[in-house]
Design a protein around this ligand. Structure first.
Ligand code: NAI
Length: 241
């Protein structure tokens, strides 16, 4: 049986690297993003390396868009084995008291509500199958403080709470739910950060490549991680130790 994976935020960065990695392992990949052009390009890269998939345009903060990508995956491939809940945005860096109210609402809507909605609708399918693996992309900001990124830290700490609780609720149904907490990764999200706002790199002394996240996500997605559930896994070169 060929496994089926949904990857959100797969138009670039960690999501694209993950879609390519899972496709290289033979999974069918549902590429989800609100960036149609780059999402389609990810799908082209998947097929160019001999993989199979579809692209579904979605804003993950909208319930109807989430239900649509879950339905498209189910209708096209009949099942969902792996769900990589990865779409996210980074707000501007500033003190908590300086943030616009609307920025709080948007970051929570994408990073937390989007992840909640994805889990909600994917879990309904995985419950029927009595199997599945969900990987949520949290952040080092989900496990320690992140000065000048309070809203982002709140969204990523929230995702850790969703992950742990859902792992306990759905573990007995054969579904594993884990989170990775990347440190600094070279993607579009971090491309414009100046020295003053660069996260402290920790003992690795460097940022990661997106492929280094994809490796860990692919492990958690696989049966090799069959006894890993509810793990909040730093993938940060030791930044948060
Ligand atoms: P990225 O900016 O390259 O990729 C994020 C993707 O999410 C983009 O393709 C974007 O179009 C998509 N996206 C954003 N909002 C969306 C929405 N509402 N609906 C659908 N798609 C949406 O950034 P990167 O670094 O690959 O980020 C992936 C995840 O990793 C994010 O959740 C981010 O918070 C997390 N992360 C990234 C770190 C880094 O240093 N790059 C560190 C820790 C966590």
């Amino acid at each position: 049986m060929t496994k089926v994976a949904i990857v959100t935020g797969a138009a670039s960065g960690i999501g694209r690297a993950t879609a390519l990695k899972l496709a290289s392992q033979g999974l069918k990949v549902v590429v989800v993003d609100y960036n149609e052009k780059d999402g389609q390009e990810t799908l082209d890269l998947v097929t160019a390396q001999g993989g199979e998939g579809i692209f579904v345009k979605a804003d993950v903060s909208l319930s109807e868009d989430v239900q649509n990508y879950v339905n498209q995956a189910k209708e096209t491939y009949g099942r969902i084995d792996v769900f990589v809940n990865n779409a996210g945005i980074l707000p501007n860096f500033t003190l908590l008291s300086e943030y616009e109210d609307s920025m709080f609402d948007r970051v929570i809507a994408v990073n937390l509500r989007g992840a909640f909605l994805g889990m909600k609708y994917v879990l309904k399918v995985m419950m029927e199958q009595k199997s599945g693996s969900i990987i949520n992309t949290s952040s080092a900001a989900g496990i320690h403080s992140q000065p000048y990124l309070s809203i982002y830290a709140a969204s990523k700490h929230g995702l850790v709470g969703l992950t742990k609780t859902a792992a306990v609720e759905y573990g007995p149904m054969g579904i594993r739910i884990n989170a990775i907490c990347p440190g600094g990764v070279k993607t579009g999200m971090t491309a414009d950060l100046g020295e003053a706002t660069s996260p402290s790199l920790g003992p690795s002394g460097r940022m990661a490549m997106p492929e280094e996240m994809a490796e860990v996500i692919a492990f958690l997605a696989s049966d090799a991680a069959s006894y890993v559930n509810g793990a909040i896994m730093p993938v940060d070169g030791g930044m948060t130790v």
